[in-house]
Design a protein around this ligand. Structure first.
Ligand SMILES: [Zn+2]
Length: 639
């Protein structure tokens, strides 16, 4: 309880600060945040490395009260002890010193790695002056290229007449790979990209080797054979289970990916491309094929996705599945912008939770993307007099198209999916039944299990009755045309085998390097990746491929020995949705019963019960890859 009090005081104050920084940024505000940031970092280091806290938790674990603690309380104690151990708090003397040295060097190395990537990205610029060289690029890409050219000193550059400058930043490079008719341009940009940060002063190969060696040494100091095993110690997956899941998906994706490639080859040939397709041709021709078969523009579908109707449909789904009412409560809480809405959720006639929705893009003061965050979590400790609990409050923030003129916000289908996704996170935060604040809602949920409710909700956007309940033309009330629905579904699964295999290649390489690979044994990281690629690519990597040198996710971000979690979460969420399919999506009684079970397990138990048990509580068995493969069209028709 004393720890929850400290944590909550900080979280409430800092949560407000970081929220406002994200949605209402100003120069003054940013300076104020920077001024107190060091104190905040110091506090979190003190909490995370506190010997006193570690010993207090050990006392609880080994003391007489242990047997009387609830499951949730035990999870809190065990989780804290685990994190302290992984953070080296349990080490003494020379080992502790070495651990801290490694930590420090690793943090410098990851900064070095990303600086190299950044500098290498900046170092490449390709300026074109001939209109023929940029043929095929869409208007938005030409506008960006002209802007890049002006920034590079070509003052009068215009989207129509150039000059145009291409860089290796994704928004500049990707349209080239997808749309540029010039093969030479695509080849040059492709090669520059896969060689990024792999030579000269910016060479990341030695950085990678040092990172891998230090991670292994650090893992051994705290009792694990490899960094992958250390990483898995605080996750839902175990190493064998993650490997098994990746292999299942790989086996099911491989032939489909090969068929995708054959299909693209045949299409390119039919369109008059005589040359053998190389690495820089595949994305380009796959996009031509997609346009030919499934193209549907956002502009065609927007009129059918007006925000008020979408919200009504989404709240109707929550009522149907989880038995909760969502109603507008605008004016009951202060807001930071006139467009922000406030809602109340009730269950059985009593208030259960509240949330803010900040839906529209405001580039001048709001950062991009979409997210859910806590305002405060459910907790018995902070209940007001006469009440049992403090109720949870959430922020839902999106960046969708704002209303124009007197029309409501007309959303793209992707924006609809995003709204459902964030609502899934918010529901886990709000419908929790945990009363221990440290594991209520999304708190204490393992990192690789957190995307289950959010991706689960996205599945409903492809459920006919759910979608058709709100997809109506905002002026005429006419339902979304069947043909558009069919295209939305087809577009989702276009090249599913190839997309899946690509993610699997990254995930398998990540685990291979962090579990089996030892630097300095005569094989380079690139050789080892190439060995993985024999099973995870249908077109062998280009001989000069040094992609690992810019794989920031695992060498500079938080995804080391964790890239598998993208696929892990997809499997969980698809499998959870398939419980509804098994029960019968048109059997209303079965849907309601399954919905209540999802509410009372996945949404209710938060971090208070281990995630695999929660999943089994809901599904009656451990996760299976079958549903994800079936939804993506990767199971043979007979299965
Ligand atoms: Zn998410």
């Amino acid at each position: 309880m004393p720890l929850e009090r400290i944590a909550d005081r900080v979280a409430r104050a800092w949560g407000t600060v970081s929220h406002l920084k994200a949605v209402k940024d100003t120069k003054e505000f940013r300076e104020a945040v920077e001024a107190v940031q060091p104190e905040r970092v110091e506090l979190s280091l003190r909490l995370g490395q506190s010997k006193a806290l570690y010993e207090a938790f050990e006392g609880l674990r080994n003391g007489p009260a242990w047997d009387s603690l609830s499951e949730a309380q035990r999870r809190i104690v065990e989780g804290e002890l685990r994190d302290f151990k992984l953070g080296g708090v349990g080490l003494e003397g020379a080992e502790k010193e070495r651990f801290n040295e490694i930590q420090k060097e690793l943090s410098q190395l990851s900064t070095k790695f990303s600086n190299h990537v950044l500098d290498a990205t900046k170092a490449f610029k390709k300026t074109l002056t001939d209109r023929a060289d940029v043929e095929g690029l869409p208007a938005s890409a030409l506008a960006l290229a002209a802007q890049n050219a002006r920034a590079a000193g070509h003052e009068g550059a215009t989207p129509e007449d150039g000059p145009w400058t291409i860089t290796l930043d994704f928004p500049s490079m990707y349209p080239v790979m997808t749309h540029a008719k010039s093969r030479e341009l695509r080849e040059e940009v492709y090669l520059a990209n896969i060689r990024r940060a792999s030579s000269g002063d910016l060479d990341n190969e030695p950085v990678i080797e040092r990172i891998l060696a230090l991670r292994r040494e650090k893992a051994r100091l705290v009792g694990f054979a490899s960094h992958a095993e250390l990483s898995m110690a605080s996750k839902m997956a175990t190493l064998p289970k993650a490997l098994e899941l990746l292999e299942d998906l790989r086996a099911a994706s491989y032939d489909a990916a090969r068929a995708d490639l054959d299909e693209v080859r045949a299409f390119a040939r039919a369109q008059g491309e005589e040359a053998e397709l190389r690495h820089w041709d595949v994305t380009y021709w796959a996009e031509r094929l997609r346009e030919d078969r499934y193209a549907i523009s956002d502009e065609e579908t927007r009129p059918y996705f007006a925000l008020p109707a979408v919200l009504e449909g989404m709240f109707g789904l929550a009522r149907r599945l989880f038995g909760v009412e969502v109603e507008a409560a605008d004016g009951e809480a202060p807001v930071w912008n006139d467009d922000v809405r406030f809602f109340k959720i009730s269950q059985g006639g009593a208030p259960k939770a509240y949330f803010y929705l900040d839906p529209y893009s405001r580039p001048a003061e709001k950062r991009g993307g979409a997210w859910m965050d806590e305002v405060c979590g459910q907790s018995r400790l902070f209940a007001r007099d006469g009440e049992d609990l403090r109720l949870p409050v959430a922020h839902m923030v999106c960046n969708q198209t704002p209303p124009i003129g007197d029309k409501p916000s007309l959303m793209t289908f992707r924006e609809v999916e995003t709204l459902f996704h964030e609502f899934g996170h918010a529901l886990q935060h709000m419908l929790t039944t945990q009363e221990e604040g440290l594991v209520a809602g999304i708190r204490g949920v393992e990192w690789d299990a957190v995307e289950l409710p959010s991706q689960f909700m996205e599945n409903w956007c492809y459920d006919r009755p759910t979608l058709f309940a709100f997809a109506r033309h905002h002026e005429t009330g006419e339902a979304l045309p069947e043909e558009m629905f069919a295209k939305l579904v087809a577009a989702k699964n276009y090249r599913a085998g190839s997309m899946s295999l690509r993610q699997l290649h990254f995930a398998c390489t990540d685990l291979e390097l962090h579990h089996n690979f030892e630097p300095g044994q005569g094989e380079s990281v690139f050789d080892r990746e190439r060995r993985v690629a024999e099973r995870t690519t249908v077109m062998a990597p280009h001989p000069e491929d040094r992609f690992l040198c810019s794989f920031s996710h695992i060498f500079a971000g938080g995804y080391s020995a964790g890239y598998y979690s993208y696929k892990w979460a997809e499997v969980l969420s698809a499998d959870a949705f398939s419980a509804f399919e098994d029960a019968g999506l048109d059997d209303e009684e079965a849907v309601v019963a399954t919905g209540r079970r999802f509410r009372d397990t996945v949404l209710a138990l938060g971090g208070g019960r281990d995630p695999l048990s929660v999943f089994v509580d809901f599904r009656g068995r451990e996760p299976s890859t079958e549903a994800l493969l079936r939804h993506s069209g990767l199971l043979p028709a007979s299965a």
